[in-house]
Design a protein around this ligand. Sequence first.
Ligand code: UN1
Length: 508
Amino acid sequence: MSAHSPLFARLGLSHTSPTDQKPKSDFFSVRSPIDGSVLATLPITSQDTLSQQVAQATETFKTWSLVPAPQRGELVRLLGETLRAHKEDLAMLVSLEAGKIPSEARGEVQEMIDICDFAVGLSRQLYGLTIASERPEHRMMEQWLPLGVVGVITAFNFPVAVWAWNAALALVCGNTLVWKPSEKTPLTALATQALFLKACAQHPQAAPLSSGLLSVALGRADIGRCLAEDVRVALVSATGSCRMGQDLAPRVAARFGKSLLELGGNNAVIVAPSADLSLALRGIVFGAWGTAGQRCTTTRRLIVHRSVHEALVQSIERARASLKIGSPFEAGTLIGPLIDQNAFEAMQTSLSRAVSEGGRVYGGRRALAGQFPEAWYVEPALAVMPGQTPVVFEETFAPILYVMAYDDFDSAIAMNNAVAQGLSSALFTRDLQEAERFVSASGSDCGIANVNLGTSGAEIGGAFGGEKQTGGGRESGSDAWKNYMRRATNTINFGRDLPLAQGVSFSL
Ligand code: UN1
């Protein structure tokens, strides 16, 4: 009986049992990054079981895709209601398993609820076009039809929200799901699945289909590869590192499957001379060090006009040194733990490289090792760089902010765009021309470009994703739903002749 048993039971996780014994080869342990304690020991899904899950999802798709879309939306409405009722508990589990502070964990569950609301409305708005035909007595139209089985691969840092962006849309679009969560955060996935089953139980058409509508496959990269290679999986939506995308995307492409990739970011904030510096400070501090620097939208680079560089660096450093590092459950904590030792080591490597490339580094040391010997807390790091040296081009998934100076706005935009990733970007300015330029064709090349706010914390209503090595996918709002449907162009002849397009004639 663990301290978390009542929480686990409320979330439908009573079957998971923590143990301190070394797991058998087909089991793995789930540890809380808060103190390194074992939360549960879970079985790894075998490739045979995964194949059966995909088979069941394929079979279920035949029925679910024929349920009218607004009735599919009703299931997502029930899911949203179930999430509302369990928001506190699920957020608590997100904190325990991913190490987020409670307000961010609640924010993550709120994103799930928001996308459910969005998808419910969408279920009555899966609009196609009618198109004027060049032939008499013909009508052309475009329809969006259900796609098939959607494989969703999610990362530890947003263990449930990213699934919800995909699932809420995929379900109203008539698809079924197989979910491979990060092996670091499987409990939040199992809890979400249990909440999903609760919602299904209240829906007459979904209830008998529930196990085929969503299954969860637990394990490491090989599970993701199987999903990527399985020809029955119509779309693979994967969130994670660029390296993971480089491994998966060619496997999906080799069988002409569709993929939706949300990969790394190396997001910059530009601070212009006219900027409101207190606004910028707030945006930069949360963007760089909130979530312990473990968001794909984290601010990793700061490009500051030389005239305000020194003053801004000083106020950022003062703010940095005052941030509270600690257990997410301690009041006032902003910086929770890194996910694991590997993350800590990667951070140390990048910081030593920054120093050897001429950087001046503040912070970055291990923290609270006495209190939490098996967890990995760090001081957030500020690295004042002589320019964009090689280490600055890499995404290290940790709280490191590299700062560089710029002299003219063109070169600031060029620096913003110089990296391989293209997810998020932001500009702080009061200059209208700079603001417009930044969001124009000759401005930021990222999928997200903000003015006078930070790089992270995107709302679900917009399409989320980025260009270049970020993978090009768009999830969540706007018309991202089109990724989860197939497009059919239909022409209907209601006349008595068969005129050919392009004026072609033939006689029979
Ligand atoms: C991620 O880190 O993978 O924009 C997603 C944000 C959040 C989502 C981040 N809404 O920061």
